[in-house]
Write a protein that binds this ligand. Sequence first.
Ligand code: SAM
Length: 218
Amino acid sequence: MDMSRRWRIERSRDHYHKMAKSSGFRSRAAFKLIEIIKRFGVIKEGQVVLDIGAYPGGWLQVASRVTGPKGLVIGVDIRPIKELGKPNVKTIVGDVCDEDLHEELAEMLPGKVDVILSDASPKLTGVWTTDMARHEHIVRCVIKLANKLLRRGGVAVIKAFQGSELDDILPILRQQFEVVRLFKPKASRQRSREIYLICMGFRGYWQGESEYKLGDAK
Ligand SMILES: C[S@@+](CC[C@H](N)C(=O)[O-])C[C@H]1O[C@@H](n2cnc3c(N)ncnc32)[C@H](O)[C@@H]1O
């Protein structure tokens, strides 16, 4: 990569990093969710939102503001999330691939959730195939969780990586949701292959694998 391009990328990274600091957001990632909400209106006032891979809490801050005092936002991460001091936010330490966590979430929720967010990423090793395989595994766990907890008509916003992961995941999501859009926020580093899958209109069942069928999904 030539130096001027690298410089432009670094500058833009600093721009969002500085903006996050000056606006009190815990991560520059907060701006990605803001863009997604502005473009697709995926979170609304009063809704129940589950945020997977929520540490350090930038998306939680954004979702908390949008859902407001009548809403509820639950953040899950393998790392403990420092208290946000927002009455409509709860956090829980756990691995999205742990089925016990799924049960725990089902118990603490008032019912099915309106929105599932996942910005989860494993710690990167730098070995592309390993990192991709680990990320795809996490995304599959998020989809499994969505099949248990997302309400019919609900929304999921899932980070994916372009390449074989996207090729594997997209057909599954297209079966489960009425509309799936791909979106690269400006706040996402241009050199990164990350992309967000904006999945709207959850059908409440997975046609491909009967174990995920949810006859009782509301
Ligand atoms: C890019 S960060 C999320 C940033 C967050 N959206 C924000 O705005 O602050 C990705 C997070 O995914 C979490 N993560 C990775 N694997 C996970 C798993 N199996 N279950 C839950 N969280 C996981 C990591 O610990 C990390 O904190």
